[in-house]
Structures are given as C-alpha cells and as structure tokens.
Write a new protein. Structure first.
Length: 547
C-alpha cells in the first residue's frame, strides 16, 4: 500500500450518519473535556475509545524523555489502535489540544460495534492496522527501550521475543550507541545489570520472557470453568482454529510458549500463500491472524507453555509451567515442530550470537554488509537466503543433498540460482564453528570429495530437520517413531477395536485433535496447516454433539 493510501486508511473521517450509528451501537453519550485533559495515557489497560465531535485531540508518544506528537485527531476522527482488541496496554497517550466534545465508549462497547456493525467495523479495523503499520515504519517511535550488548545471548533472547510478538521497541547496543552511557546513568544501572528493559517508570534487569509478557500485556489470565476448545500452539494451524472456533461461538483459548506464527512467523517473505501475490512476512500474517481471532473473542496468552496433559473423565486437563491448570471439552494440539541443532562442534556456544534459527530484520541488522551462511534445503531456508541476500555481502547456501529442487519450491530454487551474491554449495555439511565473542568462521566439508573449506562468516542460519514439540504429552497420546502425533486412520490401525473410528484429525483420545506440522503425515506447508486448523474446528463440533 502506498504511503498516501496507508495514511488515508489510518485516519478516516466519519460522516455524521456513521458517527450517529457508532454512538447508537456503542450506547455512547456525548462528553465534554477541557483543553489539556488526558483521555488516556501510555500504559493504560482497558482504555476507552473516543470519537471526536468537536475540538482536537493530540496523540503522543511519551515513551521518550520528550513527548512527540504522532497525529492530531479532528472532528469525525477517532482514537485507538490494535491494542483495543488485543487487550494490551496503550502504546500512546491522548490529550485534548482544545476544549473537546467526544463520544466515549468502553473497550467492550467497541467490540460490540465490531461484532454488530460490519460496515463500521471494516473502517475501524483497517484504521487500527494501518496506524500500527505507520508507527512501526516511522523510525521515530521509541516504545520499550532495550539496553544490551550484541554479544549477549540474553539481549538476543529479549530482542527475539519482543520482535516475534510484534512489540514496538528500540534496541540500544552497548557497543555502538553513543547515548547508552547517559541512559544507564539516568536509570541507575551499570554494564553488569544489562540487558535492561525500560518502559515508563519501570526498569527490568535481564527480565524473563514471562516478565516481558506481563509488562506489555500479552500474557492473559486464564478464566475459570471449562473452555469449549483449548488450542496449544499459535502457529498457522492453531491461529486458524482460534479464528474459526471463536467465530462459531466456541469459548476458545490459545496457549503459546514463545510467540504467534510458529515456523512461518520467522519467514521474512512468503510468496506462495493464497491471496498474497506480492508476498507477506510471516510475522505480519501472524499479527493479522491474532487480531482476527481477538475480534471474535478468542483469548491468546503468551508465554503459556503446557508441560503436562492429563484427563478428568473425558475432559483433557493441561498444566502450565506456572502450575496453573485449565480444562476443556476439546483440545487441539498445534505445537508444530522446531528446527534441529546442527551436529557441529561449537554450535551451541554461538546460539544467539552468531547461530540463528530464524531470518528476520532483527537478525539481518546484526550482519549487514558481511558474509553469512544458510543451512537447509526447505522453503524456510530458501526464503532466508533470498531475504538475507538483500542485506549482506554474500550468502553461502549449504545443502546436504545434490539437488536444490528436491525439497524446495521451484520458484525459490530458481531465485537462489539467479541471485548473484548467493553461492550454492551442494553435498556439504558443517563440521565446526569458531570465534571469540561471536561467530567468526565455519568449517565445512564436501561429502563427495571430503574436501574441507573454512568460511569467514559472522552468522549461520540453520533450517534443518524438524523435531515435534510433543514432550509435554508424555505417553497420553499415541505418536509415530519420530514423535509426531498419530491421527485418524493411523490411530485406528494401531488400536483396532479400541473405540469408534476416530475423526480424520482426531488422536488416540476422543476430543483431542492434532493439526499442522506436529501431526504425523501432514504436508509441511503453510496453506495445509491453515486448512487443518479450520477443519479441526468442524470435527470439534462433531465431538461436542456426542457430549
């Protein structure tokens, strides 16, 4: 979308008729506030939604020492962004620039408008999405501040967690940012305290992912009672199930251990997903899916890793790493798979400071203009190489096999072959990595000739194999020899006569389903994962009829 079109979508002016409809649907009265009155401030939760009838309202970024004006809303315009629907704290403040008359609505009333007034809902949702995009692309919004060294694994962990969860933040590198010393003095910290996250009046020293999630409001408390559907894993399959489940009236919660998007979320550009001919990043696709699920009332909690599965009668019961338990009538296992570690000397030592398992702008910024290596023959590896080639001097793409087309989509393989700064190395494996604070060299071997070569690279991106995230299931659910969950006919074959034939995506336990990469025999493609997530909800309805 062109910048002019994006700005128009972000700041529409409602007609008098639209304002009247919105006020009626939201049961809003007209309120008057004097100049200087703060309608809401950065960090507020459950903040209200305002439509300006007269006057002007300034939207401010107050995350830095000097507040910055982002925009000024005039009559017919409205406040808010995606934080309203996600239930997260406001990232901005709103102050009456002049005496104002505004229609004022609660977050619950706004949700009623989005549910019941589709024409207005489209205008509001498009504005919310466009506003967040404008803020993210502005380059001037501060947000959270992360102070830490590029050589610190914890700094990378925090950057990765915030970036993958689409949290707006500014990273200040201890090694390169001139203002770091002044900020550290202001916050009363020294180098030994880093990495440090600062937001408003809070300073967190080397916070855990859970502390970060609570700070930015993405960890949601679990409600009492029994859910209709618990989805474990917020990859494409899990998010699709959340959208369809919640939109069809199921009380749905999604539990995710790291960030929405799964493996697809780490892809910088997906070009073969239906409906996006120019491509879309995995992170943006996940963000839109989360907003869509939230719109229908699904709850997403991050990080909320499941560590144990048991059963109370027919109901699955999950225990989280906090000790909390949550029960449901149906469970969807959508935890996906994770890339295996390279069996190379030194690999573990450089994870987070030279060895990475995703290729996004966060990682690309660390190796700009230098040489990197990518390992893997699948689409994720191909997407990584093509993306990194735009930011680095050279990409060495290593595969163990002899044919790049064997496991990679043809369009990606051709693009790798025709990108001048990508060097393809066939039948090649990594044997050793070396460096000081960060990765400096990678020793590789040609499996046909046994010839060894040393690559001088600052980063290695690994996308090899897949290990299912099923350790939390213990022995409660039947799996194949590699740990992938068995479903449908495969279960019937392993346990004939045990019960009625399971539904297509149903596991060895009634009411427990599996979808996406975690399922044995699944097609490891984004589109099929989304389809399985949607299909699982239909089968959930069939099971609920039995209950």
């Amino acid at each position: 979308m062109a910048e002019q079109d994006l700005h128009a979508a972000a700041f529409p002016t409602l007609t008098e008729s639209q304002i009247a409809t919105l006020a009626r649907c939201g049961r809003a009265g007209l309120a008057r506030y004097p100049a200087g009155h703060k309608l809401f401030q950065m960090g507020d939760r459950d903040f209200r939604f305002f439509v300006i009838q007269s006057g002007a309202v300034e939207i401010l970024d107050e995350s830095d020492e000097t507040p910055k004006v982002i925009t000024v809303h005039k009559p017919g315009e409205f406040t808010g962004d995606v934080s309203h629907l996600a239930g997260s704290p406001s990232i901005v403040s709103a102050v009456c620039k002049t005496d104002c008359e505004v229609y004022e609505m609660s977050a619950e009333a706004l949700r009623s408008i989005i549910d019941g007034c589709p024409t207005l809902a489209d205008v509001i949702l498009q504005a919310f999405i466009a506003r967040r995009q404008l803020v993210r692309e502005s380059g001037t919004f501060t947000g959270l501040r992360l102070i830490g060294s590029r050589y610190s694994k914890d700094t990378f962990r925090i950057r990765d967690f915030l970036a993958r969860n689409r949290v707006l933040f500014t990273w200040l590198d201890l090694e390169t940012e001139p203002q770091v010393g002044q900020l550290m003095q202001r916050f009363g910290i020294d180098r030994a305290d880093t990495p440090v996250v600062a937001w408003r009046d809070k300073v967190l020293r080397n916070p855990s992912n859970r502390e970060l999630a609570e700070l930015v409001g993405i960890r949601k408390p679990l409600e009492r009672g029994v859910y209709d559907l618990i989805v474990v894993g917020a990859g494409p399959a899990g998010l699709a199930a959340a959208v369809y489940g919640a939109s069809e009236g199921l009380r749905t919660v999604v539990l995710e251990s790291i960030a929405p998007g799964g493996q697809a979320g780490s892809s910088s550009r997906i070009e073969n997903y239906l409906g996006f001919p120019t491509g879309i990043s995995g992170a943006e696709l996940a963000e839109r899916a989360v907003l869509q699920a939230s719109k229908f009332g699904a709850k997403l909690s991050v990080p909320a890793p499941a560590v144990d599965l048991s059963f109370d009668g027919n109901y699955p019961v999950l225990r989280l790493d906090t000790g909390e338990t949550v029960a449901a009538k149906c469970l969807l296992i959508a935890t996906g798979a994770e890339y295996r570690r390279l069996e190379a000397e030194g690999c573990q030592r450089f994870e987070g400071c030279g060895v990475y398992y995703s290729a996004t702008f966060a990682e690309a910024s660390l190796c700009h203009g230098q040489d990197v290596a990518v390992v893997g023959g699948g689409n994720s590896a191909g997407q990584a190489s093509v993306f990194l080639a735009e930011h680095v001097r050279r990409v060495y793409h290593l595969i163990r096999g002899n044919d790049l087309y064997e496991s990679m989509s043809a369009y990606l393989a051709r693009r790798i072959e025709h990108t001048p700064n990508i060097e393809l190395l066939l039948h090649t494996v990594v044997e050793r990595m070396d460096g000081d604070k960060e990765l400096r060299t990678v020793e590789i071997k040609d499996c046909l000739t046994s010839e060894r070569r040393t690559l001088r690279v600052v980063a290695l991106f690994s996308f090899i194999g897949a290990v299912p995230r099923t350790d939390w299931l213990r022995d409660q659910i039947e799996a194949d020899s590699r740990g992938f969950v068995l479903t449908g006919p495969a279960v019937a074959r392993t346990a004939p006569g045990k019960r009625r034939d399971p539904f297509l995506l149903e596991t060895s336990r009634r009411g427990v389903f599996a979808a996406g990469d975690v399922r044995s025999g699944s097609v490891k493609r984004l589109t099929s994962a989304v389809g399985e997530g949607a299909m699982a909800v239909q089968l959930v309805h069939e099971h609920l009829k039995e209950l």
